[in-house]
Design a protein around this ligand. Structure first.
Ligand code: PMP
Length: 394
């Protein structure tokens, strides 16, 4: 019997191979930086979300060591039992203070991952009486959170505020939630958050903003998309991740203190899991100080300069560079095979750029997802542009 079960899976894996949809794990042997050692080679990496180049920052690494010495390696229990260390509490206070210009009466709650934070928000604010309006390009964790919430889910087309307005108008649900990425993770463009906020206020709906790719990068001080757009609303529940621009791991939800208290009482991915290592929370304090300070400003300025340079230098004829002003710069190729071949050719030439295929992106829009980082040098970006252009014309 068990042999048949395995044979069935093996058959499905072969089908993935046939469609060029099988994903491969690659093992790295160096810290995440502009260059990453993989398969015994130093590759120029345009694949991480380490937008400010902080993942291997010596002060953050030192803080992680200090945190482990002070608090130990593991938290030992979930937050509501005995796992909520001083390190977690201080980090949450620091995060709340950091985002407080954009959120009145702010409190922040730290999660092990952004994936869990998204499940937590939607699960705790949703329920069978709720209706949830989900943008069509939302990240998988929001899609899964919507399913877990048991709310009635309506998917509205990408960026289509008019369609969303019609759906909200027609809704009879007591609780309404509009859920969106701020920066779309595979396209790099921004959601129309000003309009979405106005709509949510008009219809008494929550606006759940996943700022995984904006926190630390957008806004003058790196407070994220709300600062970038100078947006503030009691309807907004904000999620920022800490494993991308902040360089470490985890995520936080920030909102009015009563919303956060509700999550503490009701969010199952917060309650029923072991708290993250307190050493990680301690390291994040240093990471946030860097993001918020002069060094963060300088790194954001450098990243903006590299983004402009890449857009200027990557003038494509057959493939399409999507219109994005963020560090996510997708080159849409189309077919899965073609995108894989392009990524393999870049890899052979020493550039690590992932090919993103369905179901992560719609069929026919397989792409190279180039991500830029303040850790890159101008020459790195020029060389990548030239390599992409020569492949396109090959
Ligand atoms: N939301 C978005 C838009 C993301 O891109 C990601 C990570 N890829 C997440 C949430 C999940 O965050 P984490 O990696 O911290 O689980």
């Amino acid at each position: 019997m068990s042999r048949d079960l395995i044979a069935g899976l093996e058959q499905q894996l072969r089908e993935l191979d046939a469609q060029a949809l099988r994903r491969k794990l690659r093992v790295t042997d160096s810290p995440c930086d502009a260059q990453i050692r993989v398969d015994g080679r130093d590759m120029l990496a345009f694949c991480s979300n380490d937008y400010l180049g902080l993942a291997a920052h010596p002060h953050i690494v030192e803080a992680l060591r200090e945190g482990a010495l002070r608090y130990g390696a593991g938290s030992g229990a979930s937050h509501l039992i005995s796992g909520h260390s001083r390190a977690h509490a201080v980090l949450e206070e620091r995060l709340a203070e950091f985002v407080s210009p954009q959120i009145d009466n702010a409190r922040a709650l730290y999660f092990c991952t952004g994936y869990m934070a998204n499940l937590a928000m939607l699960g705790a604010l949703g329920g069978t009486d709720a209706e949830l309006f989900s943008e069509s390009l939302n990240h998988a964790s929001l899609i899964d959170g919507a399913r877990l919430s048991r709310a009635k889910v309506q998917v509205y087309p990408h960026g289509d505020v008019a369609q969303l307005a019609a759906l909200l108008q027609a809704s009879k649900a007591e609780t309404k939630l509009v859920v969106t990425d701020s920066v779309f993770s595979m396209d790099g463009n921004l959601a129309p958050l000003n309009e979405l906020t106005a709509l949510c206020e008009q219809h008494g709906a929550w606006l759940i903003v996943d700022d995984a790719h904006g926190f630390g990068v957008l806004g003058e001080h790196g407070r994220g998309v709300l600062e970038h757009l100078q947006l503030k609303s009691p309807n907004i529940v904000y999620m920022g991740t800490l494993g991308k621009a902040a360089g470490v791991a985890g995520a936080f939800v920030a909102a009015h203190a009563s919303v956060i208290e509700w999550l503490v009482q009701r969010a199952r991915p917060y309650i029923y899991t072991t708290a993250s290592s307190p050493a990680v929370a301690h390291a994040l304090l240093t990471a946030i100080d860097i993001v918020a300070g002069d060094e963060g400003n300088a790194r954001r300025a450098k990243l903006r300069m590299l983004i402009e340079q890449f857009c200027k230098e990557t003038v494509l004829r057959n493939w399409q560079l999507l219109p994005s002003a963020t560090a996510i710069q997708p080159v849409v190729i189309g077919g899965n095979d073609e995108a894989l071949r392009a990524a393999a050719a870049l890899y052979d030439a020493g550039y690590w750029v992932p090919a993103i295929r369905p179901p992560t992106v719609p069929a026919g829009t397989a792409r190279l997802r180039v991500t830029l980082s303040a850790a890159h040098r101008k020459e790195d970006v020029s060389h990548l542009s030239a390599a992409i252009l020569s492949l396109e014309n090959a």
